[in-house]
Design a protein around this ligand. Structure first.
Ligand SMILES: Cc1cc2nc3c(=O)[nH]c(=O)nc-3n(C[C@H](O)[C@H](O)[C@H](O)COP(=O)(O)OP(=O)(O)OC[C@H]3O[C@@H](n4cnc5c(N)ncnc54)[C@H](O)[C@@H]3O)c2cc1C
Length: 408
């Protein structure tokens, strides 16, 4: 085995989460490789596509501690306030960053801009090797190390590592090849995304509106635009995707109302069928799962990437602590520590997003009454609201060093 194929850490998947882990660890002595099927910049790259991501306040801290925030700052729009409503009902809920004495509740950034910043950083790294396009075909996990076969343009290539990280998304091949079972639930919903311009300025106000077919989010972006994530029953989503712009805007205005005035412009649309997929185990022999490979969520409340970034911060801290003691990065004790650390946060967020979808997708009148009174009561119970906002802002539970703004 040549040295060029031997690594301490092999990350399968260079999407937003896998690339973030490599950046977090690039100034350590670990020899790192990322295997990515679709290189950054290609039109069909699935992680850095037309979507935008709402970054929680805690994610800003992690990205800042990784030295990325200054490069991102010109591309993010702050969320100062959030307005939550239930279509056809009077209840509403408001959150304001001033309640938490912060300058923002979160930030919105286009996935492509985040990708550019991550790859600019990895491009000048001496410790991280990008192997792309290359696709995982087979793996062998043993107490001694990991062997992986990847398909490259030049043919099959065998790589060896002390730790394998699965960051290859919801349909994770790593998870399948390691025979780790996953729980799946199809929501029967599809998210339609597009950038829109509205008559009135958003002024940092984000909307989450629950409709009978699913939640609709309108998030503030740079240049006065908004990022739309509109969830519909899958059978209805197709006709909306096929509709001309005028009919699409009319249907959108019907669901969203005129909270920001008329919709003036509509960008290109894309669709994402939604399901919950989460792994029954976060680790196996010399293997850790992070990001969507561990948990792929409904986008309601915009939590998926934020949760994945907290996986990154926790795993990076476990690895750096182990390295400073001269310990093996693939040791079972280290992986056990990572899994125990992340389980609680992941289960809370999975439960919260799944419950929100179920609660608001139900038209039962008694439940609608409860929802509306619940939203009113929520505003009058500062302690409950505080804990909910902590979770949404990614500040709940044990915080990794990066999330406290500290270096690893
Ligand atoms: C409509 C929508 C809106 C969202 N909005 C938000 C939001 O506002 N806030 C938020 O926090 N989250 C949001 N999310 C969730 C967020 O997009 C995901 O959590 C995030 O993309 C997960 O990143 P990842 O790197 O784990 O996985 P992915 O983005 O799926 O990346 C996986 C990578 O692995 C590569 N890969 C796959 N298989 C292989 C293989 N065999 N070999 C090599 N490489 C492979 C892929 O090419 C890809 O680059 C949203 C999701 C959707 C669908």
């Amino acid at each position: 085995m040549s040295a060029g194929n031997d690594f301490d850490l092999l990350i399968i998947g260079g999407g937003m989460v896998g690339a973030s882990l490599a950046v977090a660890l690039q100034s350590t002595a670990l020899r790192i490789a990322i295997v990515e099927a679709v290189p950054y910049g290609q039109p069909d790259q699935p992680s850095y596509d037309e979507r935008s991501v709402a970054l929680a306040y805690g994610s800003r801290r992690i990205l800042a501690a990784m030295g990325l925030w200054n490069a991102l700052a010109d591309h993010v729009a702050p969320i100062h306030r959030i307005h939550v409503s239930d279509q056809g009902h009077w209840g509403a809920l408001r959150m304001d960053c001033r309640e938490r004495r912060r300058d923002a509740l979160g930030y919105v950034v286009a996935n492509r801009d985040l990708g550019r910043v991550l790859f600019d950083r990895l491009g000048c790294s001496a410790t991280v090797k990008m192997i792309a396009p290359a696709s995982l075909q087979a793996l062998t996990l043993s107490e001694d190390g990991v062997e992986v076969d990847v398909e490259t343009i030049a043919g099959l290539r065998r790589l060896r590592a002390r730790l394998l990280v699965g960051a290859d998304g919801a349909q994770s091949r790593v998870r399948q090849l390691a025979a780790i079972p996953a729980i799946r639930h199809d929501y029967g919903q599809t998210a339609i995304i597009a950038n829109v311009s509205t008559e009135r300025a958003h002024e940092g106000l984000a909307f989450e509106r629950f409709t009978a077919q699913g939640p609709l989010a309108m998030l503030p972006m740079t240049e006065g635009r908004c990022s739309l994530v509109w969830t519909r029953h899958s059978e209805h989503a197709q006709s909306l995707l096929a509709a001309d712009d005028r009919s699409f805007i009319a249907a959108l205005e019907q669901d969203f109302g005129h909270r920001l005035g008329r919709i003036r412009r509509l960008g290109s649309r894309a669709a994402y069928p939604l399901s919950l997929v989460y792994s029954e185990q976060l680790t196996a022999t010399r293997l850790a799962l992070i990001g969507n490979a561990a948990h792929s969520l409904h986008p309601v409340a915009g939590q998926g990437f934020n949760l994945g970034l907290r996986d990154v911060a926790a795993l990076a801290e476990c690895l750096v602590t182990a390295a400073s003691d001269g310990r093996d990065p693939g040791a079972a004790a280290l992986l056990g520590e990572y899994a125990r650390w992340r389980e609680g946060d992941q289960q809370r967020v999975i439960w919260m997003t799944d419950t929100l979808v179920g609660l608001f997708a139900n038209n039962n009148r008694a439940l609608a009454w409860l929802r509306n009174h619940g939203m009113l009561a929520f505003d009058m119970m500062p302690a409950v609201k505080y804990h909910f906002m902590e979770q949404m802002m990614g500040l709940a539970g044990r915080q990794p060093k990066l999330a406290c703004g500290l270096p690893l």
